[in-house]
Design a protein. Structure first.
Length: 121
């Protein structure tokens, strides 16, 4: 993946709900709010090392789950293909409106649009 922060954000998007409330909170403060370990530690009255341990355990847990399931990897592999389908759909719609105005073709475009949207969820 592109970089560590992006990877950790993707892992959290997929697996964050499996973390404890404390892990989620510290993780979001560190990655989303860009707070330092020291800032988080000061706000919670614990050591910087304590904050780091919570975040490292969360990262390790989510990485372990990803290693077993591969969901993020598959998502990243599918995304460009779905984007390509959407781009082709746009061209088909434009051609249909300019040249054919075929109702059935528009219905099929709507099906493709619906199904690609479902894949993105």
């Amino acid at each position: 993946m592109k970089n560590q922060t992006f990877r950790m954000t993707m892992l959290f998007d997929f697996y964050g709900e499996l973390l404890t409330d404390r892990q989620k909170e510290f993780y979001q403060l560190y990655y989303d709010e860009d707070l330092s370990l020291s800032e988080i530690a000061e706000n919670y009255g614990i050591s910087r090392q304590g904050v780091r341990d919570v975040i490292v355990r969360a990262e390790a847990y989510m990485t372990e789950i990803e290693d077993k399931t591969g969901l993020v990897k598959r998502f990243m592999q599918l995304t460009p293909h779905v984007d390509a389908i959407e781009a082709a759909l746009g061209e088909i719609r434009q051609m249909n409106h300019r040249l054919f105005e075929d109702k059935r073709l528009e219905e099929l475009c709507a099906v493709i649009e619906k199904e690609t949207a479902a894949l993105k969820e």
